[in-house]
Write a protein that binds this ligand. Sequence first.
Ligand code: NI
Length: 172
Amino acid sequence: MSILNILQHPDDRLHIPAKPVAHVGEVIRQLVADMAETMYSASGIGLAATQVNVSERVIVIDISDARDDLLVLINPEIQLKEGKVLFEEGCLSVPGVYDQVERSERIMVQALNTKDELINIEATGLLSVCIQHEIDHLDGKIFVEYLSRLKQDRIIKKLRKNQRGLDQREAT
Ligand code: NI
């Protein structure tokens, strides 16, 4: 397994819609293992393949406190959405930024697992929000795009400043 580089906003590659996985085999299982390791090492609760510059519809999620309950969704499709909920979201591709986004409260999702089996999941609360956030990534959308233009501009300024700060520290 290896830790993959996570793309950071702003990066055009975060806006490329991912293609459906054609075959769930060893290549995808290796990608899933690397994505899971990358998510755990970054202390994230979800990661989409788009964020590691792989244009395939693959998501890993773990919202458990013990970090031992990995959920893998390949080619996920939301089949039903109900209700509305406001949740404060963050993203490994937008470090240090948290803001409220409105999502569906309850969803039904169909996907493939790493054994190429069809699975159906009913999700509410944090899991529901997390799945919707990650599917957005696969569609080339990041959560800050739900915020006002003004907030989005401030976020980009802040991230550029942070990135410059990191570069300087690395250079010395
Ligand atoms: Ni994210």
